[in-house]
Design a binder for this molecule. Sequence first.
Ligand code: TYD
Length: 141
Amino acid sequence: MRTTNTGCKIINIATIAADGAGQISFFEANIDIPFEIKRIYYISRVPKDAKRGGHAHKELKQLLFCPYGSVKMLLDDGKNREEIIMDDPAVGLVIDKPVWREMRWLEKNSVLCVAASDYYTPEDYIRDYDEFIEYKNMEFE
Ligand code: TYD
């Protein structure tokens, strides 16, 4: 496990290779990731260079992983900004605090999966960057 410059965590997802038959990866709520999972979602059939994201969450905790392809994540905690390339099915990114994220698809049809700590709650989103900075400033004060 490594903590990134924006306070996210990069974790190894347990992965077992089968001789000539690929690999299997798995994680368990509360054991391998620090929350209960209430929702899974995934983004698929995205063309190369498409951008998504452009928001932060107030309370939601997430594990993001890319089982196929390559996606560039831009992460910003209001103080630090970094880019992380997700291209390894055995690696996960835990975001468990308000972090602004934008994603760019480096390869067509890359799949981005998310295990999330709560049901879909539109009020939990901050979709405006300036509003996000204000929200973080209140936190830093
Ligand atoms: P959004 O989280 O904005 O996706 P991205 O950051 O990848 O662009 O969600 C896109 C749309 O899907 C938005 O209208 C909300 C809807 N949505 C749900 O209804 N339920 C969900 O669990 C998620 C993740 C999104």
